[in-house]
Design a protein around this ligand. Structure first.
Ligand code: DP6
Length: 313
């Protein structure tokens, strides 16, 4: 009998951000993201008949380590999935990322999505039940980490309340890169950020602003108004970072290097009236999204940033 199951899931970068949540990781505002399988987490589950608890172990040949807090959170989610499907066995869990974690590259999204997929595969094969539908898995995964529900949908995923799903923008194909100005672990996790932003005066109105931008972004993606897409995506990540900076206590992720990259991209847009979409997660690194037909802009900007930073993509 097979006793090993493996799954992989992409990280996703939100263009309209999930920031602020209710219990059960129900987002206070809708969000939209791009999933990129070049940034992925793999999870492997091995059934352990003799053990009485799940354990996390590093992937054999990878240097990836989770802190005790991170592995507890991961195993707690596995417990939640097992409980949901009324499964009593225990697993060894191994995971690895092909990109740096905890620095604003959305590693919790890919890791919780991959864990949910692997657990569902294992349980349905052991219980000989049909594999659960993707939307059900996305919804379960959301309980582990909210943004992971969008990683089930490629290339675009939306999430509103408890509902997440795919969305398409025909004719728009994206090359996504991250200008990695730092790969150090962040001090404040996104989970903490969701709680603290409620203390900001700017939190009132966040839901309405994000909803309005999302509507406008979907329409400008459909009509191909790339400049408007850039403005909306730019405004939404600044909105989120303004919440961080105006919270009590105030915190933030934007470094001098992040500011440098942002200013270069803004000047580029001013000069060429064209360029990439720009966004930042809860971290200092800057995400650039080019349309496939923007090869010249892509080469020019990335070659410039490569002289100073590691560009992943
Ligand atoms: C800044 O999904 O990491 O990346 O639900 O507490 O696990 P938890 O938070 P998480 O929040 C991600 C927030 C964000 C923006 C986004 O991806 O939409």
């Amino acid at each position: 009998m097979n006793n090993l199951w493996q799954a992989e899931a992409p990280a996703n970068i939100a263009l309209i951000k999930y920031m602020g949540k209710l219990p059960g990781n129900i987002a206070t505002n809708p969000s939209l993201s791009f999933s990129n399988i070049n940034f992925k987490t793999e999870v492997k589950l091995e059934l352990r008949c003799e053990d009485k608890k799940d354990i996390w172990m590093p992937w054999e040949d990878s240097g990836d380590l989770l802190s005790e807090k991170e592995s507890d959170r991961f195993l707690q989610h596995l417990g939640f999935i097992k409980n949901h499907y009324k499964f009593n066995g225990f697993f060894i869990v191994r995971s690895r990322n092909n990109f740096p974690s905890g620095c604003g590259l959305a590693s919790s999204a890919s890791s919780f999505a991959a864990l949910t997929m692997a657990a569902a595969q294992a349980i349905s094969s052991l219980k000989q039940t049909p594999p659960p539908p993707v939307k059900e898995l996305a919804s379960l995964s959301r309980h582990g980490s909210g943004s992971s529900c969008r990683s089930f949908f490629m290339p675009w995923g939306f999430w509103d309340g408890v509902d997440s799903g795919p969305i398409s923008f025909p004719g728009i194909e994206i090359n996504h890169f991250v200008v990695t100005v730092s790969s150090s672990k962040k001090d404040i996790s996104s989970t903490e950020a969701h709680k603290t932003v409620r203390t900001s005066d700017l939190f009132v109105g966040r839901e309405r602003r994000a909803e309005k931008r999302l509507k406008e972004l979907m329409s400008s993606m459909s009509t191909g108004d790339w400049r408007l897409c850039y403005n909306l995506v730019w405004a939404d990540f600044w909105d989120m970072h303004a919440l961080f900076e105006t919270s009590n206590p105030s915190f933030g992720y934007i470094s001098d290097d992040s500011m440098f990259v942002l200013r270069v991209v803004r000047s580029y847009w001013e000069k060429h009236n064209d360029g990439p979409l720009v966004t930042m997660d809860a971290g200092p690194n800057v995400h650039l999204l080019f349309r496939r037909d923007q090869t010249l802009h892509q080469n020019e900007l990335l070659n410039f940033f490569r002289e100073k930073y590691l560009v992943l993509g």
